[in-house]
Design a protein around this ligand. Structure first.
Ligand SMILES: Nc1nc2c(ncn2[C@@H]2O[C@H](COP(=O)(O)OP(=O)(O)OP(=O)(O)O)[C@@H](O)[C@H]2O)c(=O)[nH]1
Ligand SMILES: [Mg+2]
Length: 170
């Protein structure tokens, strides 16, 4: 039976920490790769080519609002689409407390990303935690909640995708 090759790619700081979380939690239903560069030189292009080689289903994971994830995720998605790879992006939106500018950058990134992916899942980093509640919690602990949620989303998608894929190729 043909098994799909599933790859999870973490992009930028956020994407990488979510992938790291997934790996640490013993998830082995996919291959992993990490991209944390915003310099698109020849070496970078070769690396992306090799990441996309022989992939059937691609998950791109990134936090929108920074430089790397916002810019690199749509560009990888575009390349994947050109290669006929089924691509799903799972991205986080900045928290309100990170500022309006970051949220605007994130929204622009999402608009671009949407045109290149088969599915897009936006996870809010903006939980409706009341200010009173989050006052004493370090930002990283809040991110951790979203890392947990994002890795749960990936886990819960990979298993049915594998089953569907195997069924359709029987
Ligand atoms: N869930 C989660 N969100 C994060 C984490 N780190 C950053 N974020 C969110 O992701 C957004 C982008 O941050 P990074 O991923 O660090 O940025 P980057 O893509 O590496 O871009 P630059 O560092 O600016 O080049 C932030 O505005 C946060 O909302 C993380 O570890 N977990
Ligand atoms: Mg970074």
């Amino acid at each position: 039976m043909k098994q799909p090759k599933i790859k999870v790619v973490g992009i930028g700081g956020c994407g990488n920490s979510i992938v790291e979380y997934l790996v640490k939690s013993d998830f082995n239903g996919a291959d992993f790769a990490s991209v944390d560069a915003d310099k698109e030189d020849v070496k970078y292009k070769k690396r992306i080519e090799s990441i996309l080689k022989e992939v059937d289903v691609l998950f791109l994971i990134a936090g929108m609002g920074g430089l790397t994830g916002t810019r690199v995720t749509p560009s990888i998605a575009k390349l994947a689409k050109e290669r006929g790879i089924y691509t799903s992006a799972i991205v986080t939106m900045p928290m309100e407390m990170e500022g309006k500018e970051r949220i605007e950058i994130a929204e622009k990134g999402i608009l671009e990303l949407r045109s290149h992916v088969n599915s897009l899942i936006e996870l809010p980093n903006t939980f409706n935690f009341s200010c009173k509640l989050i006052k004493d919690i370090p930002l990283n602990d809040l991110f951790c909640v979203v890392n947990h949620m994002a890795s749960g989303v990936i886990r819960s998608l990979v298993v049915p995708i594998k089953t569907l894929y195997c069924t359709s190729f029987k």
